[in-house]
Design a protein around this ligand. Sequence first.
Ligand code: ZN
Length: 501
Amino acid sequence: MPVRAGVTIPTLLSPERRSVEFRARAAALGPVRESGGAEAPHHGPWSGVFRFCEVIGAVDSPRSAARGRTSSALAAGARPWQARGVPDQTLPLRSRTAIAAGRAVAAASRALGRGRGQVIGGRVMLRVDPQLLARLAAGMEVTAVSATNGKSTTTRMIAEALATRAPVAHNRTGANMAPGVATALAESRAAPFAAIEVDEAHLPAVAAATHASQLVLMNLTRDQLDRGSEVKMLADRWRRMAETLTPATEVVANADDPMVVWAAAAAPRVTWVGCGQWWTLDSALCPRCGAPLARPASGWACPACGFARPETLWFISHDADRIVTPAGPVTPRLVLPGRFNVGNAAIALAAVNARGISLDAALEAFSQVSDVDGRYVRASAHGREARLLLGKNPASWTEMMGVVSDSAALLVTVLNARGADGRDPSWIWDVGFEEWAGRPVWVAGERRFDLAVRLDTAGLDVVGVSADPLAALELAAPDQALDVVANYTAFQELRARLVSK
Ligand SMILES: [Zn+2]
């Protein structure tokens, strides 16, 4: 049925006033044209939401959107990515309504001091339009990155490298389930690339919804003991996802993690990257047959069934100072510390190279990454320099031990056990803290006594215990630096306090 697309009447107005508004807008719109069909939000349960959003200015009316399309097209000129991106107006009105409603809720969340609003805003978007992820991603080349550890950093590297070519949609604050991804894609609708980190358990659903053409699979280890799935269950879930892929999707996978190889080997097109594995206790057994894996110097192999590390053309050198590529070795110039970040750079390098980014351009982009939101932050407190490092599970603590082992800074460890951390902190007994034996350490956080007992048992010199990690500043000399390794909520709180100082 023909309707006047774009004629929306604020429902808060009196009937008389609405009638005047309707006539004025209808006259301004000109001839009648066909509507977008069932998606038009002027009818149906979301019409009120759309009208509200238009009244408060959170969404353009179709007419003002049409004006914006003309002016932006003239202003921007013909850039190659613009033809491939999805401009606002090509989205169904239901999707635009969803985005507007999500933005309004996110803005309210921020105004109330309840956080950045990306998750709640994304939830509203997906509630209004369950197909929104697919619609937003329709014009994008989506790279989805997943791992237990390192996905934020690697996604950031990939996004920085792709951005040397064209705009990139990127969930850089780490909101890594469908709502956070929806928010990120909605904020960069014209971008031809998307680099999204995705929670391990949610990867199959998000990858399918966004029709990701590249999946970067890095590692699977124990995490959040009371919340997360068993490692082998996640690997099986990834494998079932890989079995459904076509050659249109490239999988870039870590050949050094047997669980990842078990999953990725089911995909029809895989680029293997040897980007390291320093925590091996979650892949002690063969994922195919259950026999203990052998770990010769060349990698890993199952003596029972022959399942073994695949050959790779991309890998990090033994001392993790170079990345070997099919074009020869290159030297990463990373600001980020640790050999695991060289591994992150190696798999990011293979991923963006497949997108047409040169090795030099990618390495230059990686070298610009100095802080990663929620993972690695440098700050100062009372004149003392502090490195804030995330250690959230046995694998990431093991990686952080390598980073701070040679440091002269005062070591401060912080442990909470809230919902986001996992309420069961017994995993601290899995970490090989004995490597730090004899080292002075300050222990803080809500579960400081659990951690202090563990560190004392491992032979560290526990010099102080306090609820507040900054109490360690009183012990430190005025010019002494601090290395603070904290788990998830402890890291977030400390970052907020230190970065705002
Ligand atoms: Zn086997």
